[in-house]
Design a protein. Structure first.
Length: 275
């Protein structure tokens, strides 16, 4: 049987708790929390009872618990539970909701179990960034996008139209292009563009097709490519283009280019040696 591991990390910047359970067989009796829970089933199948309703949850499902939602679960297959999640206090959720909706009121999620691939695209990288202690603003970006989507689809309805803000978006791009080598905070981009975080994220993504953090990483990768082509070692290229460490740089470079930075650099070194 898979070894049981339980890991919990508190993120001081986001003020949320992230946890990861692997190989769990333990049933959980009926209970409730005073905080919000957003969880994701990595593997395994369980019967979940929540507010007098019964669900079968399995790989890919997201669970949403409001404060006070009573729930219990037990394994329903021969395997174990692999699960990752977030605990968010009401105070923090109040701040997040005001950021994404403009209203300082607590959301109430209308359903407890969802399957939403778009939400997963925010939840999974957010969890990974928190667990490894990342300081990049992509962490806050993913949290705001996740909360915004969950409230819009499963909480109070939002009929607000996404503004275009073309001039402000270009200001945000200009700021990132000039400061890509430094550690950048989402607050800084918003102040420079003159937009709230929620408006910036929605308008930027609509305009550019990517989030601000993804846009910044594209800039950094483009600059790093030019340095590598000039023979600069990968670790120096990472430092000069604002990546937090070489591992972070290597992962992003592989994802965008399809090659490790060292291999990419070698291509140009070989060309020089043939001249």
């Amino acid at each position: 049987m898979k070894k049981e591991t339980r890991t919990v990390v508190y993120d001081d910047e986001l003020r949320i708790e992230a946890y990861r359970f692997e190989g769990i067989v333990q049933p959980f009796p009926n209970h409730f929390h005073e905080y919000y829970v957003i969880g994701f089933v990595e593997d395994g199948q369980r019967v979940l009872s929540c507010k007098n309703q019964e669900y079968t949850i399995a790989k890919g499902d997201i669970v949403l618990f409001n404060p006070g939602d009573n729930h219990a679960c037990v394994q329903s297959d021969d395997g174990t539970l692999d699960y990752r999640g977030f605990n968010i206090t009401k105070e923090v959720m109040l701040d997040l909701t005001k950021e994404v909706t403009g209203k300082q009121e607590l959301p109430v999620f209308s359903t407890n179990v969802i399957f939403d691939e778009e939400a997963t695209c925010y939840l999974h990288p957010l969890h990974e960034l928190v667990m490894k202690g990342s300081c990049e603003f992509g962490k806050e970006e993913n949290l705001l996008l996740l909360i915004s989507l969950l409230i819009q689809r499963y909480g109070q309805p939002s009929a607000s139209r996404i503004p275009e803000c073309r001039e402000e978006i270009e200001k945000a791009c200009d700021f990132m292009e000039r400061h890509f080598a430094n550690r950048i905070y989402l607050d800084q981009i918003c102040r420079h563009a003159g937009l709230s975080k929620s408006t910036l994220l929605r308008a930027f993504t609509k305009s550019k097709g990517v989030t601000p953090y993804c846009y910044l990483e594209n800039i950094r990768i483009g600059k790093a490519k030019k340095l590598l082509e000039q023979g600069v070692p990968p670790i120096e290229a990472a430092m000069q283009t604002g990546f937090s460490d070489q591992s972070h740089f290597t992962n992003y470079f592989n994802r965008f280019i399809g090659l490790a930075p060292g291999l990419y650099r070698d291509i140009f070194l070989e060309k020089e040696s043939m001249v």
